[in-house]
Design a protein around this ligand. Sequence first.
Ligand code: SF4
Ligand code: SF4
Length: 227
Amino acid sequence: MKPSSAASLDTVGQTAQDRSDARDARDHRRSPLRIERTIKYESDRRVGFGREVMSVPGCEQLENCIQCGTCSGVCPLSIYMDHSPRQVMALTRADFRDEVLRSHTIWLCASCYSCTVECPQQIRITDIMYELKQRAISAGIYPRRFPIPVLAHEFTRMVRKHGRITELVLVIRLFLKTDWLAALGNWRLGLDLMRTGRFSLLTERIKHHGDIAKMLDAVDHPPGPAP
Ligand code: SF4
Ligand code: SF4
């Protein structure tokens, strides 16, 4: 006797429960009110990370965050962020280092300071975002091919090397490291900027540019206390 189609499927391993789960998953994808559950594991924490951030001058007040959400409410960019500013504050304080440093939020922050002005606990959220950006670059775990951290990295690299930036080289390196196809769509703008002298074809550098590197090294690695 020819088996029914349902029986055929069961013989290749798909049970009634599988079909029900697949149907639920399909409905779940279609639902406009999709709710994602995220579970935080203790093993994802880098114990001490929050304390480290709060030990930086200007970031101490994070300890007093009451999770009121005012910062997220006033942030003009929070709708584009993967974690709201309030969540970034909570994750930082709770030691979820990698999740915070991989987040796009810290790079989307436009430093408008609205959150800092409105925070009822006087937490300097914008400065904490800067601190997190620096840590993400130092740790090398910022989102790859995301233009803002690449721009920040290339900018400081050129300043360290030449004492100033050369816009043309900076833009070329930015496109090459993020989305080189986008450069094709901007060639006319680049040409106009070169024609009007806004883009120099020569590498620009200041006199004694080695001193800049020494100053930046001193900031990155301050000398310890005298014995
Ligand atoms: S506004 Fe201030 S206190 Fe409220 S969640 Fe944001 S950081 Fe915390
Ligand atoms: S400083 Fe950054 S996080 Fe704060 S409101 Fe402005 S864009 Fe949002």
